[in-house]
Design a binder for this molecule. Sequence first.
Ligand code: NAI
Length: 645
Amino acid sequence: MQTVTLTVHGSIAHIVIGNPPVNALNQAVRQGLAAAAEQVERDAVITGVVLSCAGRTFVSGADINELGNPLEPFLPEVLRAIATSRVPWIAALKGTVLGGGLELAMACHGRIAQPQTRLGLPEVNLGILPGSGGTVCLPRLVPMDLAIRMITGGKPVDVAEALQAGLVDQLAEGDLIEAAEAMARTFVPGLPLLERLVRGAEAIDWDAEERALARKSRGAEAPLEALAALRAAAQLPAAEALAAERERFLRLSLSDQSRALRHVFFAERNAGRSLRDTEATPVSLDQAGVIGGGTMGAGIATALLLAGSSVRLIERDAEAAEKARERIASTLAASAARGAIPAGEQTAALARLATASDYAVLADCPLVIEAVFEDMAVKREVFAELDRVMPAGAVLATNTSYLDVNVLADATAHPARVLGLHFFSPAHVMKLLEVVRGRNTGSTALATAGALARHLKKIAVVSGVCDGFIGNRIMSAYRRDCEFMLEEGALPHQIDAAMEAFGFAMGLYKVQDMSGLDIAWAQRKARAGHRPAGERYSRIADRLCEAGRLGRKTGKGWYDYTGDTPQTDAEVAKIIEEESARAGFERRTFGEAEIMGRILRVMQAEGQAILNEGIAESEADIDVVMTAGYGFPGHKGGPMFLARA
Ligand code: NAI
């Protein structure tokens, strides 16, 4: 089948791109478009063009495999031929119009879209910027502040915003192609886009934008390059701005950061593939049970509700159940206030929630996720009870951070239906889901985990059973080494500064203070009897916990939170110095490079051990866990990628 076809209805040419699944703009599509554009110029009968795509979406981007190695004809040439056509081209938009797809739509003279369409220029997520006129065309259609938000942030907008801002001319309520054809017949072309003025650039304080973006992007270069390209679009003639944009695009497409981000992109796409390959049928996700409505249980329930499931949540008693409901209601309200969900959805989601203290309400939940205290005895009791009340076909999952999923499974009569589903906090926001496959976990449970990840729009990574699975095991290893650095002379804020300079959103100690120091403390206490004699062990974190410094929730942790801003604390420094002396260290100075070098080496060594033991399915999966769950900067690709770079 040809990737681009042209048929003439009366005087209107219908050009259709058919390159499943998402009509990516690869070389064949560009060739087809170039040939179709030539034919339009030659055929005097044609008075207008409708450009559309077969399948569920308009072009969703360029072919990422061609990045860094572009093949002729190049997209800018093809788009120029369209933009300068003697007849109007109307882009008929649906699905996700992204990247090169939106640049193609902007090269057309008119744009009509179906109601659910989303439009965006997400190139910065791959370490590049639009390279075929996106930064020059978009601010000529929409106000510059929106163009900056779309191009430097990489997030798509919905059709309502696109219509209001001028990116889309018309909404197609009925048949898209018919409406586009009608538009092509009556279209009155305005001034060519590149001859128009950039909109609203005078309102932009470029230097302030740059400072704010530099803070936000933490070392990622593409957003700042994209801003510079937009600034050039505002200040240079269009032809010069286009040339400058192309130069930036070609340079970035060969950059280390873009290679790293593309690695993460493909790694995320391949993650959890083994869950999809199974023949088993997942259980229904229309209704799910959650046990425990604390931080995680409430977050998991919220994620399920937002995805359209009904939720039965069990707490210890009626009072705790009511608290859980309030927690979920306030999370939903906060999401609505942020604009993350429409207000109507908040009410509808809450209406699908039932809280109780009696397991009987779970009877018709095909999937139950446990998120009670991190305590084996408590969890075993919960699983024994679930085993008693749940029908044999139900899948039972634990959200444990560290505990042995095999031991929990063995507390039940049907271990095949037990697995770990390790969410990250806040569970309705964080994209990562570690799927912990126990010794006896069966294919229905695994297929259900895969289906759940898709349902919640999360990235599933499969892990075997070990202390902390992939992510927490690596984090425990580098946390331990960071405490050794504290003993040897570093201070918490120095380690945080080194990590933040590397690109982590937050240093290790700030993260610990946010999530609380007690879970890891409990885990260390549980292991205390099993540590090999003579193994190096730092007592610093234990001493903080013993002093009641459990993090933000107690006002003090590695930092002091009792004032307006977090402060370093002399009491912490004193504990560290005492422990240094006790361990016999002469304190010395650590530079940022040494700190980060050590952290990376520990991550890589633990990652390698995890691979050797068959806990992770691939190196790339480890990178996905670290980038999607632990704040490792995507533009560095992940610890295993860096080890190979
Ligand atoms: P939490 O202390 O905030 O919540 C636990 C909830 O479980 C409480 O509301 C408690 O009333 C309830 N609960 C205790 N025993 C129960 C029982 N027998 N029946 C019904 N409800 C019961 O704890 P959090 O942080 O939500 O952790 C829950 C689990 O999730 C733990 O296993 C933890 O390791 C894991 N986890 C925690 C993460 C975090 O960032 N806090 C991240 C990922 C996993």
